[in-house]
Design a protein around this ligand. Sequence first.
Ligand SMILES: NC(=O)C1=CN([C@@H]2O[C@H](COP(=O)(O)OP(=O)(O)OC[C@H]3O[C@@H](n4cnc5c(N)ncnc54)[C@H](O)[C@@H]3O)[C@@H](O)[C@H]2O)C=CC1
Ligand SMILES: C[N+](C)(C)CC(=O)CC(=O)[O-]
Length: 318
Amino acid sequence: MTSPENVRRVACVGAGVIGGGWVAHFLARGYEVTAWDPAPDAEPRLRRLVEAAWPTLTRLGLAEGASTDRLTVTGTLEQAVADAEFVQESAPEKLDLKRDLLARLDAATPPGVVIASSTSGYPMTDMQTTAADPSRLVVGHPFNPPYLIPLVEVVGGERTDAAAVAWASRFYEVAGKSVITMDNEVPGFIANRLQEALWREALHMVASGEATVRDIDLSITEGPGLRWAVMGPMLTFALAGGEGGMAHMLDHFGPSLKSPWTRLAAPELDKELYDAVVAGCDEAADGRSIADLVAERDRGVVEVLRATGRLGPEEDSR
Ligand SMILES: NC(=O)C1=CN([C@@H]2O[C@H](COP(=O)(O)OP(=O)(O)OC[C@H]3O[C@@H](n4cnc5c(N)ncnc54)[C@H](O)[C@@H]3O)[C@@H](O)[C@H]2O)C=CC1
Ligand SMILES: C[N+](C)(C)CC(=O)CC(=O)[O-]
C-alpha cells in the first residue's frame, strides 16, 4: 500500500458539486486526478467548475507542479480507478446507489487502496454491505466547497479496518485538510448533526411565522456566525461566563436549558455532562486564559468583519 505521504494519483468518482470540488482541491495540491461521472455533460461541467475555482486556488497558493492539465476524465469507472492510490466517491445521496457503487469500486480498485465516500450522513456500516472487501471503505465527509473549507470527518463502519481509517485521516492531512477522526459512527457525523439542529429550528420558526428567512440568516451572519468563524460554540459560550468561564456559564444559564427555547428536547444537565463540558473547554483552551481567549476572539471577529467588507480599514484602530 502506498503511504499517505507518497500518494500521487487520486480518483474522483461522481463529479458534481462535491466531486468537482474535490477534483479542484486535489489538482491544486499537485495530484494527478482521474475522474469519472456517468452524466453525458459531466466533463465540460467538471472542467468549468475547476476553471472557476482555479483563480481562488492560485491566490491561496498552488502546490509545486499543480496544474489543471493533470486532470483526466475517463470513459469508464474502471479506467478511473485502475491506477489510483486513493479513491473519493461523491455520487448522489441514495443508499442503494452508494451500496452498489462502493461494491463496484471495490471490485475495480487495486487491492489495499482506501476508498472514501463523501456521504453527508449515511453510516459506512449501512453502505459497505455488498462490497467484497469492506475493510478499506471509509467515510470522508467534506464541506462545500471542498477546495476551500478545510474540514473532513473520517469514520469507518463495523467492517472497516482501523488501519484504513488511520490511513485516510493521515492522507487527508497530507492533502491539506483539517481532519476529525471519529471512533463511533453516528448518522450525520458531527458537523451535520449540529447544522441540522439549527436548520430544523430555523424551519420551525419560519413555518410558524416566528421569523422570516432574512431574520434567520441575519441572526447568524450578524450574530453568532461571526464568532463561530473564530471559535467553536463550546469556547464561545465559556466566554459568556466571564472570568468564571464555562463553569459559571453553566451555573448561570444551565436552568435556561429547561426553558422552551427550542423544539429539540434538552439533555439532562447532570454532573457528568457538566463536568465533561467544563473539562472539554479547559482542554480546548490549552493553557490560554479567559482574557487571552477574549482577545483572540475579538481579534478574529474584527478580521472576519474586515474580510467580509463590513469594516473600513480605520474603524478597528480603536
Ligand atoms: N452538496 C453539498 O453541500 C454536500 C454534499 N455531500 C455529499 O456528496 C455527495 C455528492 O453530492 P453532490 O455533489 O452535492 O451531488 P451532485 O448532484 O452535485 O453530484 C452528483 C454527481 O454524481 C453523478 N452520478 C450519478 N450517478 C452516479 C453513479 N452511479 N456513479 C457515480 N456518479 C454518479 C451525477 O452525474 C452528478 O454529477 C453526496 O453523497 C452528498 O451527500 C457532502 C458534503 C456537502
Ligand atoms: C447540505 N448538506 C447536508 C449536504 C451539507 C453537508 O453535508 C456539509 C456542508 O457542506 O455543509
